[in-house]
Design a protein around this ligand. Structure first.
Ligand SMILES: *Cc1c(COP(=O)(O)O)cnc(C)c1O
Length: 408
């Protein structure tokens, strides 16, 4: 028997690795010092732990420790990159290029840029979810100050061609930022190979704790590149004031080290589960559609649309499976995902999409359970729809549907 509910919503957050928790615990009660206290052992110990973590995080992405600024997560890192660079150019015309399929944590700061008088170009994506390099090249203008394209999409798992995008950015002398929250531990991320100037990270997407992340900033002279958004105390080279979350940072460092060490095992293991899920669904369910490229995709993700089935209804019927439709942030609203829509998928099919986010904690038995349950529920929901859609009495006639309707 598999233990339920089964968690396959790992793009929303991952379970903190118990080894990470163990590494963090002493920094709450024993080594609880403030990393900015420079006059006693409590402070020095905390500062040492932060230094170690900074090196662990930097090493994961092939950067130097001095290029890492700790933040509260990827949302803050994205804001620091986008708004921080824009602030440097306030008072002169400025233009930012991004992509329609970005996370809200990029799209909303870009909207702020517009509200404050800047211009933003939103690139479309091809049907496989990838950016068209020529379209990007044509979008660059003399006043372009930043290009921001995510490494891996949080809904459809596609891997953007960041190294190619970097060639365009460099040719025009424009800095490149990437939101790599969904990329770390899932695909190789190396700042020189990618050719990025800024890179956002989040610990809780890679088996670390929530509330901590970082922005990588190329080169040492940070204040040249961007303005801080938070003032007070001058921590993190003046770019992010506020007492450091020492325990969180220690956890992030530990997660980064584990991530580097166990990368190949993680990929092999998750790929096998992903193939089992995809093959199982294909064997058991007709008319399914994979959203986003299969080749340029992290193994941790499958985003599937089921023709003739409402995604929300399907999710509710999968009552012992924690998956999601769209991203965690938009899943309360019943609008189709902006990402799946951007692939050119029509609204009904976009609304019928489910995101499976796998982790190294998932098992073969869990995957088999999911395949069977999804196959059963899709069959039942299709039997009801569309003719009986508004006829509740018909729904209640169906024993399986009646059971979950009753449970709601
Ligand atoms: C989760 C996520 C974020 C937000 O990260 P937080 O650390 O929770 O602020 C940003 N971008 C992407 C792509 C994400 O998946």
């Amino acid at each position: 028997m598999v233990k339920k509910p089964i968690y396959v919503d790992n793009h929303a957050t991952t379970r903190t690795d118990p080894r990470v928790v163990d590494a963090m615990l002493p920094y709450f009660t024993e080594h609880f010092g403030n990393a900015a206290s420079r006059t006693h052992d409590f402070g020095w110990q905390a500062a040492d732990a932060v230094d170690t973590a900074r090196t662990q995080v930097a090493t994961l992405i092939g950067a130097r420790a001095t290029e890492i600024v700790f933040t509260s997560g990827a949302t803050e890192a994205n804001n620091l990159a986008i708004q921080g660079v824009t602030k440097k150019h306030s008072g002169e015309p400025h233009h930012v290029i991004t992509v329609v399929t970005e996370h809200r944590a990029v799209l909303d700061p870009c909207e702020m840029v517009q509200q404050q008088g800047g211009r933003v170009t939103y690139l479309s994506v091809q049907p496989d979810g990838l950016v068209d390099i020529d379209e990007l090249d044509r979008a660059v203008r003399p006043d372009t100050i930043l290009i921001t394209v995510m490494t891996v999409n949080n809904e459809i798992g596609v891997i953007q061609p960041i190294a190619d995008i970097s060639k365009v950015a460099r040719a025009h002398g424009v800095p490149l930022h990437t939101d790599a929250a969904q990329a770390l531990g899932k695909t190789p991320v190396e700042v020189d190979q990618l050719g990025v100037d800024f890179l956002s990270m989040s610990a809780h997407k890679m088996y670390g704790p929530k509330g901590v992340g970082a922005l990588y900033i190329r080169g040492g002279n940070h204040r040249i590149a961007l303005e801080p958004l938070i003032y007070g105390g001058g921590h993190e080279q003046g770019l992010r004031s506020g007492t450091l979350n020492v325990a969180g940072i220690v956890g992030f460092g530990c997660a980064a080290e584990l991530c580097a060490k166990e990368f190949m095992t993680e990929l092999d293991y998750v790929k096998r589960l992903r193939d089992r899920l995809w093959n199982g669904l294909n064997d058991r369910v007709s008319d399914i559609r994979l959203n986003g490229s299969m080749d340029r995709r992290v193994h941790h993700n499958l985003n599937v649309s089921f023709t003739g089935v409402d995604g929300e209804a399907l999710l509710i019927s999968l009552d012992d499976i924690a998956a999601s439709s769209g991203s965690a942030c938009s899943s309360e609203s019943h609008t189709p995902s902006h990402v799946v829509q951007a692939l050119g998928v029509e609204d009904n099919l976009a609304r019928a999409s489910i995101r499976f986010g796998l982790s190294h904690d998932n098992t073969d038995a869990e995957i088999d359970y999911i395949v069977n349950k999804v196959a059963d529920m899709v069959r039942h929901l299709r039997a009801l729809s569309p003719l009986c859609k508004d006829d509740v009495s018909h729904e209640e006639d169906d024993p399986i549907v009646a059971r979950w309707l009753g449970d709601r």
